[in-house]
Design a protein around this ligand. Sequence first.
Ligand code: NI
Length: 263
Amino acid sequence: MRLIREIRCYPDDGNEVVANTWAGTGNGTSLGAYRVLRAVVEGPVDRRTGYLCDIKDIDRILRTVVAAGLQTRGEGTGSDSPSLAAALADVFPHAARGLRPAALRSLELHASPHTRLAVDERGAGMIRLTQSFEFSAAHRLFCKELSDEENRRLFGKCSNPKGHGHNYLVEVTVCGTVDSGKGTVADVGHVDRVVLERVIEPFDHKNLNLECAEFAQLNPSVENIARVIWDRLAGAFDGCRLASVRVWETPKTCAEYTGGDVP
Ligand code: NI
């Protein structure tokens, strides 16, 4: 079983009672900077309490070990992603010790609703940086070997001959190592520039079927869009590699591609 818990708007303002809300810090009168720390813990569920772990213990470790550690290691000297990444990797084993017997599987730092760093137990010093992007585009789903009626049955409204639009949300995750206090995972600005240049500019406000070469013969389904974006980004980042591409076509439908062969 896994339990996921986050604290918001830290650091606190020194009050004993800290509100875990979006509204601000402990005394309820001041606005806190946007920050989210999230822990994923795993373990058996206690038969008597039904708890895997008391979330108060997770909150305490996130505040006293992780948030405090980040402040002294990274946030105190700068908020660039490499120094935050190094700090997050550095505090991970301390947080893991504090949460035992529950096993800490990953720690995430959300610097904004659109940017997050994550480190997990699998690779010491491996950091994932995820950024989200948006573009609006038109497409039409159809197979030329099928009749109009068959296309309508298979793709429904998405087969409208005049096309239709979506506001796509793209989440790009890159993965890199952090070496002893000097992070080398890509900086946010670099990821931003690469994705804007290779994906957002070419796709935004376009008709994907008619204006993007990859979709001249390929159906622009959300699955194929994720694959095409992967191909445009793989190998393009300095000092890190592409780990996953998620594309949300609507808030209910998302495709994720992590490389490898597609049958
Ligand atoms: Ni559609």
